[in-house]
Design a protein around this ligand. Sequence first.
Ligand code: TYM
Length: 344
Amino acid sequence: MAFKPLVFSGVQPTGNLHLGNYLGAIVKFVELQNSHDCIYCVVDMHAITVWQEPTELTRNIREVTAAFLACGIDPKKHIIFNQSQVAEHAELAWVFNCVARLGWLNRMTQFKEKAGKDRENASVGLYAYPNLMAADILVYRATHVPVGEDQKQHLELSRDIAQKFNNDYAKSIQERGFGDAFFPQPEPLIQGPATRVMSLRDGTKKMSKSDASDYSRINLTDDADAIARKVRKAKTDPHPLPVDEKELAARPEADNLVGIYAALNGSTKADVLGEFGGSQFSAFKNALVDLSVAKLGPIGAEMKRLVQDPAHIDAVLADGSARAKLLAAETMNAVKDIVGFVRR
Ligand code: TYM
């Protein structure tokens, strides 16, 4: 069955939105608006799988919303909302808790990383997180999901859940006139030169919101001085920039900075090496500072302006949530019928 193309993605409101979130995800969100209907979600229910201070959480939900708006997502043509305002996400997640197998979740590397050694003390929510993520996407029967590389495994699980639901309930799905598949197989969109932006302090570690060192990441709210300081301090190796991509691949810090430059510039790593291959890092870093400040400066300034007006942000989220809810409720009603629940 052909499903209507629809884009869905989410960002956790856990503070310190950074260049990795921007280049790996939000830039794609903005581009896809021109070709698709899009739904972008501030996934606050995912955030509380690890402890969040309530006042901080509220602030961070508004900050991610401000980032969506400041980067150029149009909340009228598309949908921006926060997850907890659409209860159907949690409802479908429960059904998926009963579809997904323990063995599948046991393989999730992100859970292993986040839970660490103290696994017994991790929340049940953190373990079941990927099922909620599948529900986020499939409650809209979304077909395309722009994400960074680190979400690939979760997307594969979403596809497995969709498939198993379609198989388990095949007869009921047929009988209710939904053809041979109720859920699509959502396709991950993981493309371009910056699908995995690395820490500026260690080219083998992912840039992350939770890294203790603020020098490891460029935050979307950093001002020009902070951006310049962080780029200049970024770890490099002692050699000039390589001239070809094969050599680049063996030099993680160089690879990361070249990938960032290419992504900010809308070009490729090969283009960047064509321009800077053989130069010293100091010259390249100057160019990277200028480019980063030119691209990120206006976004940070606009985010700071927008968060001054929480009523406006809350109104955007309320409007988006109401529109999202209409779509989600339709899917959830069908799911209830397919599963055999009795409903009003
Ligand atoms: P989150 O909030 O950790 O990250 C938001 C987006 O940013 C991408 N990303 C990166 N991309 C490149 N380099 C990096 N260093 C980097 N760090 C983060 C992430 O891949 C993501 O696309 N589970 C998701 C949120 C989520 C979701 C969903 C996404 C919940 N439900 C449904 C898509 C569809 C997460 O924790 O992203």
